[in-house]
Design a protein around this ligand. Structure first.
Ligand code: GRF
Length: 207
C-alpha cells in the first residue's frame, strides 16, 4: 500500500478531492499525513475531520535555512514511511533536500497548461489573470513531478477548460479547480498502480 503525504498551505480543496477519492476506493493508497507550513491552514482541519494525522512546522520566523527546514520535513516523511508526496497548494519552493530524496515521488498540481503560465510568481489569481490577458482560448490544470526549477518537472496529466471572453480570473479559477479535483486523484491512482514511468525526463503512462 502506497503511503501518501499531502502538503498544503491553504484551503485544501485538492486535499479534499484526494481524501474523497481515497474513501471511494479510487486509488489503492493511504493518505497518512497532511503537512503544512502554516499552523492555521484549513487543510489541517480537513485532515482532522478525516482522522488523518496532521503536522505543521511554522515556516514564518523559522530560525534555520530553507534546507534545514526541508531536512526536518524529510525526517518527518521518512519516519512516517511516506512513499509519495502530493503538493496541493503548498506555498513553498522545495529545496533539493526533499527533491533528491523523493525523486519522481513528489507531485504538484498547477492551475494552467504547463509549460505555459508557470514559473516563479505564477500562482493563484496571477495565473488566471495572465491567461485572460493573453486571450488564450483554453486553459486547464497540470499534474507534474517536481524537479528543481519551479513548475518544471515531467508532466503526468493535464485537463483542459475553455476560456470565454466573458471569463474573469474568478470564473476561470472555479472551472480549473473542478478539473484539478478530477486529475489529481487520477494521477495518484496511476502512481499507486505503478503505471507512471519516467524516461529521459518524460512521463509515459502504461495503459
Ligand atoms: C490550486 O489552484 C492548485 O493548482 C495550486 O494551488 C491551489 C490550491 O487550492 N497549486 P486548494 O488549497 O487545493 O483549494
Amino acid at each position: 500500500m502506497i503511503k501518501i503525504a499531502v502538503f498544503a498551505s491553504g484551503g485544501g480543496t485538492n486535499l479534499q478531492a484526494l481524501l474523497d477519492a481515497q474513501e471511494t476506493g479510487l486509488f489503492k493508497g493511504k493518505i497518512g499525513l497532511v503537512f503544512s507550513n502554516l499552523p492555521d491552514a484549513k487543510a489541517l482541519e480537513r485532515a482532522e475531520t478525516h482522522r488523518v494525522e496532521s503536522v505543521a512546522i511554522t515556516s514564518k520566523g523559522y530560525s534555520g535555512s530553507r534546507e534545514e527546514y526541508d531536512k526536518e520535513v524529510l525526517r518527518l516523511c521518512q519516519a512516517k514511511k511516506i512513499d509519495l508526496i502530493c503538493l496541493a497548494g503548498y506555498m513553498r519552493i522545495l529545496t533539493p533536500v526533499l527533491i533528491k530524496a523523493y525523486e519522481y515521488r513528489i507531485m504538484n498540481i498547477h492551475p494552467a497548461l504547463l509549460p505555459k503560465f508557470g514559473g516563479e510568481g505564477m500562482y493563484g489569481h496571477h495565473v488566471h489573470e495572465a491567461v485572460i490577458k493573453a486571450k488564450e482560448k483554453e486553459s486547464g490544470a497540470t499534474v507534474h513531478f517536481v524537479i528543481e526549477g519551479v513548475d518544471a518537472g515531467p508532466i503526468i496529466l493535464q485537463g483542459h477548460v475553455k476560456v470565454f471572453p466573458t471569463d474573469t480570473p474568478q470564473t476561470l479559477s472555479e472551472k480549473v479547480l473542478k478539473v484539478e479535483h478530477l486529475i489529481y486523484p487520477e494521477a495518484v491512482r496511476l502512481f499507486c498502480e505503478k503505471k507512471i514511468i519516467v524516461n529521459e525526463g518524460k512521463v509515459r503512462i502504461i495503459p
